[in-house]
Write a protein that binds this ligand. Structure first.
Ligand code: FES
Length: 147
């Protein structure tokens, strides 16, 4: 199996069986995200203990890439500090938007999103959950959009 097939299988698996799908009860932070290009919406919840993001969940509907990306994100950020989550957000953003961004070990399974950069119209699908998590952690009340 080549890398492309492996990445495709990761995306398909996380779309079919999204991890951490659902809500977290208050006092979890949460934010709503919206992709105006397609109307898809996600809500991301995060429980923070001091500087550590203990738990993350999401709900909403979207395309396969947005659901898989959110599912992969929840697995990747649990247990990390806020600062590490922000760094990972920046790394994923590079991965999605720069053709020559390296696929680093830090990305783990998130590397599966590297194929998205070949489809610029889908970058917002993959980044919606990250914008929304960022807003949840920042305590932003207004819905965020990918625009
Ligand atoms: Fe709506 Fe991908 S088409 S988030």
């Amino acid at each position: 199996m080549d890398l492309k097939e492996l990445y495709r299988d990761v995306i398909l698996d996380h779309n079919k069986r999204p991890r951490n799908f659902g809500r977290l009860a208050p006092p979890a932070h949460f934010a709503h995200g919206h992709n105006p290009l397609c109307g898809d919406q996600l809500t991301v919840y995060a429980t923070v203990d001091g500087e550590v993001v203990r738990d993350v969940a999401f709900e909403g509907s979207g395309c396969a890439i947005s659901v898989a990306s959110a599912s992969l994100m929840t697995e990747a950020v649990k247990g990390r500090s806020r600062a590490e989550v922000e760094r990972l957000y920046a790394t994923v953003h590079e991965l999605l938007t720069r053709a020559d961004a390296p696929v680093t070990a830090e990305l783990g399974k998130l590397a599966a999103l590297s194929g998205v950069r070949e489809f610029p119209a889908r970058v917002k699908c993959a980044s919606l959950c990250w914008h929304t998590l960022h807003a949840a952690l920042a305590g932003t009340a207004a819905p965020v959009t990918t625009e």
